[in-house]
Write a protein of this length. Structure first.
Length: 291
C-alpha cells in the first residue's frame, strides 16, 4: 500500500480519497483525528496489505481530513457529518456487512454505524476511543503537545515529536508515515479546516455530547447487536486506560453479548502500529470466532 494506489470518489459532492486492496469479506478502516489535524488513511499502512490477504479492505480519508474535501457548510464540522460521509462512502461502493475497524474518533464512528445501520456492520472493532467515552482532557493533551512542538524548528522533527508523545515506543514512527503527515499538512484545505474547527469548536462539542449520551443509552439498552472487540493500549497518554479504557470495558462488555477486549501492554494510542502483527492476529481471530 502506498500513495500511488490512492483512488478518489465523489461522495455527495465531497471528493474522497481512499485505498482498496484484496478480496473476500469487506473490511473498512476508519482513522482518527479531528478536521485539520494531520491524520489520514495512511495511518493503516502497517496493517492494510496484511489484512488484504484475507479481506477486501478499504481505508478512506474522513471528511475534512487527509486529501478528502472539507465540509461545504459550517454545520458539518461535526462527528455526525463524518459518520454520514462514511455511510455514504459505503453506500456508493455498495459495501454492506463489513468488518469495521475504528481508531480513536474512528471508533466512535464505527460504533454509531453499527447502531444506526446494522446491515452495514458484521463486526465492530473499537481502538482507544476516548471520543466514544467522556474525556474532557483529550483536547488539552493535544493542545499541550502542539504548543511544545512549536519550539522545535525542524518540521520533520516536530512531526516526529508529536507522534512520539502519543506513543509508548518510536519504532513505528517511520519516515514514510512522517513524510506523508508533512505532505498533506501543507495543503491549504488542511489549514482552512484547522481554522474552521477552532472557530466552530463549540458546535462540534455540543453535537458530540448529545450523540455520545444517546450512544451510551442505546448500548446500555442492548441495542448494539454487532459483535464488538474493544482494543486498548495500556500506556495510552491521550486516552488513558484508567479511567477511559476501563469505562469503555464497563460500557461495552456487560451490554453486548458477543464482545471481547484485548489490552496491549507497552503501547500508546495506536496499538495497531506499535504491535501490528499481534493486532492483526487478534482482530482476525475475533472475526473468525465471533462472526
Amino acid at each position: 500500500m502506498d500513495n500511488s494506489q490512492a483512488k478518489y470518489i465523489d461522495i455527495d459532492g465531497i471528493n474522497t480519497r481512499y485505498f482498496e486492496e484484496g478480496s473476500g469479506e469487506p473490511m473498512i478502516l476508519i482513522h482518527g483525528g479531528q478536521m485539520g489535524m494531520a491524520s489520514s488513511a495512511e495511518i493503516w499502512f502497517m496493517n492494510f496489505s496484511e489484512f488484504a490477504k484475507n479481506y477486501h479492505v478499504y481505508a478512506f480519508d474522513k471528511l475534512g481530513q487527509g486529501y478528502t474535501d472539507n465540509p461545504k457548510v459550517n454545520e458539518d464540522y461535526t462527528m455526525s457529518a463524518q459518520v454520514k460521509h462514511a455511510v455514504a462512502f459505503m453506500n456508493k461502493l455498495n459495501i454492506t456487512n463489513a468488518h469495521l475497524l475504528g481508531h480513536s474518533r474512528g471508533g466512535y464512528m464505527t460504533t454509531r454505524i453499527s447502531l444506526e445501520y446494522p446491515h452495514l456492520a458484521k463486526s465492530n472493532v473499537i481502538i482507544d476511543s476516548a471520543t466514544l467515552m467522556s474525556n474532557p482532557n483529550t483536547f488539552n493533551f493535544y493542545e499541550d503537545v502542539a504548543e511544545r512542538a512549536k519550539l522545535i524548528k525542524d518540521p520533520k522533527e516536530r512531526a516526529f515529536y508529536s507522534a512520539a508523545e502519543n506513543s509508548f515506543g518510536t519504532e513505528h514512527i517511520t519516515d514514510e508515515w512522517i513524510d506523508g503527515l508533512m505532505e498533506y499538512s501543507k495543503q491549504s484545505k488542511n489549514q482552512e479546516a484547522a481554522s474552521k474547527f477552532i472557530e466552530l469548536r463549540q458546535i462540534f462539542i455540543d453535537d458530540l455530547a448529545n450523540r455520545r449520551n444517546e450512544t451510551h443509552s442505546w448500548i446500555r439498552a442492548g441495542r448494539l447487536k454487532t459483535p464488538t472487540l474493544v482494543v486498548w493500549g495500556l500506556n495510552d497518554p491521550s486516552a488513558l486506560w484508567d479511567p477511559i479504557g476501563i469505562n469503555c470495558l464497563n460500557l461495552v462488555l456487560p451490554n453486548v453479548d458477543n464482545s471481547s477486549m484485548h489490552i496491549f501492554n507497552r503501547s500508546g494510542h495506536s496499538p495497531f502500529r506499535e504491535h501490528p502483527e499481534e493486532f492483526n492476529l487478534v482482530v482476525e481471530s475475533f472475526i473468525k470466532t465471533k462472526t
